[in-house]
Ligand binder design. Sequence first.
Ligand code: ATP
Ligand code: MG
Length: 437
Amino acid sequence: MEGLEDRTYTADAEPGDHATVAGWVHEIRDLGGIAFLILRDTEGKIQVKFEKDEMDDDLVETGLNAARESVVSVTGAVEEEPRAPTGVEITPESVEVIAEADTELPLDPSGKVDADLSTRLDNRTLDLRKDEVQAIFEIRSEILRAAREAFRDANATEVTTPKIVATGTEGGTELFPITYFGEEAFMNQSPQLFKQLTAGSNLERVFEIGPIFRAEEHNTPRHLNEATSIDFEGAFCDHEDAMDVCESVVKSAYEAVSENCADQLETLGLAGEFEVPDDAFPRLTYEEAIEKINATGELDEQLVWGDDLPTEGEHALGQEMGRHYFITDWPSEIKPFYIKDHDDDEALSTGFDLMHPRMELVSGGQREHRYEQLIEGFEQQGLDPDEFAYYTDMFKYGMPPHAGWAIGAERLIMTLLDLDNIREAVLYPRDRQRLSP
Ligand code: ATP
Ligand code: MG
């Protein structure tokens, strides 16, 4: 094959065309006198018909001896064939094997033989040849596109900030240390400080979609050690404004998938049940949340003010709410130092979380923009403010009130598609056991 200029995608091959299609050998069905090669490309599949007695032996042999998953191109006449999977078939004039595949495959892309997640991730290229896996990543792409559009509608500028940093956002054990020209540095756990510094400029409203690194020890179905964070920060925003933007980004993602990914939802078996959240997300205070959790009777011990919400508590509340909801007005002591307290009650923070019934999706809040209070916050958290001078100094030069949030892209995808494991929503997950591929 000379190149792909004359290539037709399988989905575009129409009866009456003389076409060249190229892709992978999905399957060969040999019925004796007649045999079919099912060729698969990014758009779908097409049947290639071999009538052994009527065709050149070499042609038949090349086509039917191609091992499954070999890359081939086929040129021939496209004809209507109601019995073919897509209603058309190609009668080949030439077949070329472009890249042969081993006859032993580590996993079966036709999906007839199940593979466990670990085998799938080890052989992700083959795994991605499955329709339902391809569908997840096409939907992921659509969600990120929709998020970008929603941010633009909210007047935010896309930025990217460093991932190699001198100090973490909140310090602590969640950092991966690295060596930077002989000096200790870290992989950034969040763009928090940088996005605030940027929102304090004339850009005012910024967003970033990029990696975050967390050296969390635990292995759970909803934690990665490298995740994709969708971050927003807006000057002259309070926590309510930030929640409004958050709600519109999340809803836009659902709407975009509903409007533009009908085929993928169908492939994933979600066509009938996929729902776009419509009404405003309820906003529960932390106090209301713990009362509701206590009332479910699901916990052995009643929660009291100041407790973090345990996972079982989140689940019990999620079941009861049955939809996305915010938890607002958290106790200041369990929210990070950079979150601003309510002016009329220092024990109460403007921090909020957006919850999906299954898990936390977002944390956000209004930020402490007053220099003295910020320095105090560092000290209360046991952090040395001098190490963060690059950040705190800028608060001396006119830092407007501002607010923002972060959503884990993989958690958004996982909950939107009801995936069991967050690793399904990332191409090459990083977790306690996995550093390659
Ligand atoms: P959790 O308590 O669920 O571990 P967190 O409160 O530590 O999350 P934040 O620091 O608030 O996480 O980060 C904001 C968002 O980023 C989270 O709500 C989540 O969607 C996502 N996120 C954080 N850590 C991870 C992780 N390890 N893997 C995947 N997503 C994450
Ligand atoms: Mg959080």
